[in-house]
Design a binder for this molecule. Structure first.
Ligand code: EPU
Length: 337
């Protein structure tokens, strides 16, 4: 195994932050991963996969393990369903396209989400009314202390909104190595209820809705709102949408009757953080090379050479302004390193 030194991580994180890895190792197999975890000269390890959900605010002194394990295997199938095992290093959108080419349904609403498959369960990625947990069966993860592989069922993963066991109790303990998903082969469950999808399908005069057409619509919507990390560094939604209780919502609704919201239950209401941030005047604003995207205020962007600290300072300023103006706390969705 070839440990590289003082390697720039700029092309390994979608924010395009030029932090350095003091030591860096590309991992292509389970055996290599196990071997790397045993390297005693590097007691601390730091995992990078698609690098799509992290903001690097400093150089990394630990041994950086870049997960590059590939492969998509059909584990089982019948007339209606197929179960896939996908290695952690498979690009997420590449996987979605692979499934659509074979007419396997379930992932189409999550087209074009940046990142790799292995990190998808960590924050239970989701978009346009669908979350990873809806097709998730189980995943395998390696214990960083023992090198043993463990299987985690859907229940074990404790999925929530952009949340899971791996972000909480399991943090720092496991490296996800593969993910199993159960998809439909026919009678697909078409999820078009999210307003923007229906409008896009109508605009394209789609008469027969298919999973491929939904994917096309999602791609068009995302391209119109979200910056392409290959062109403009970003990490998707920087903040989570805040969830507030009924009392807070009634107060908020009375003072801001035009605000969009999603009712989660009788006692919980989700307010789009993008709306709150836009109301505070940040949308499209640029401070040096750090900025707030012009089409979606929930997305912070790097115009070129912003440092992680500059992006983080902007995030803190936004959080304080939103709290001050609305009394609502917003928190980052992105992992701050
Ligand atoms: N809005 C504004 N101004 C903005 C942005 C949004 O007023 O600058 C309003 C919109 O008009 C709309 C509402 O906020 O009424 C919701 O906006 P949008 O549909 O764009 O979705 P979101 O709540 O901002 C979430 C996810 C996205 C996901 C979309 C679609 C989170 C944190 N973000 O965004 O996920 O693509 O829904 O399902 O839940 C990601 O996690 O990286 C991500 C992009």
């Amino acid at each position: 195994m070839q440990v590289e030194q003082n390697k720039s991580l700029k092309t390994y994180n979608t924010f395009g932050i030029d932090a350095k890895a003091r030591f860096f190792l590309e991992i292509r197999s389970l055996d290599q991963l196990r071997e790397a975890l045993r390297l005693e000269q590097f007691p601390e390890k730091f995992v990078v996969s698609g690098g799509s959900n992290m903001l690097l605010t400093k150089d990394i002194e630990a041994l950086v393990l870049h997960i590059h394990m590939k492969g998509i295997t059909v584990l089982s199938e019948d007339r209606d369903h197929v179960t896939l095992k996908v290695m952690a290093g498979e690009n997420w959108h590449g996987l979605v396209q692979w499934t659509l080419e074979r007419n396997y349904g379930g992932l189409e609403n999550m087209s074009l989400i940046p990142g790799n498959t292995g990190t998808a369960p960590i924050q239970n990625i989701g978009a346009y009314g669908v979350e990873l947990k809806d097709t998730f069966v189980q995943c395998e993860a390696m214990d960083v202390f023992t090198g043993e592989l463990h299987t985690f069922s859907k229940e074990d993963c404790k999925f929530g909104y952009r949340d899971s066991f791996f972000k909480n109790e399991g943090k720092g303990r496991y490296i996800i190595t593969s993910v199993c998903l159960k998809l439909t082969k026919r009678h697909h469950l078409l999820n078009t209820s999210y307003g923007a999808i229906e409008a896009e399908l109508k605009k394209n005069k789609v008469s027969q809705i298919t999973i491929q057409e939904i994917s096309k619509a999602v791609i068009a919507i995302r391209r119109s709102k979200l910056p392409d990390p290959a062109v403009l560094g970003n990490s998707g939604s920087f903040f989570k949408n805040p969830v507030i209780n009924k009392e807070a919502f009634e107060h908020f609704g009375a003072t801001h009757p035009d605000a969009p919201f999603y009712k989660i239950s009788d006692t919980a209401f989700k307010i789009p953080a993008g709306w709150l941030i836009e109301q505070c005047g940040y949308k499209g604003k640029r401070f040096g090379d750090a900025g707030v995207h012009q089409n979606q205020a929930l997305v912070l962007v790097n115009y070129g050479n912003a440092s992680g600290t500059e992006i983080l300072d902007l995030a803190h300023r936004i959080m304080a302004t939103v709290k001050n103006r609305f009394g609502i706390e917003i928190v980052p969705e992105v992992n701050i390193i």
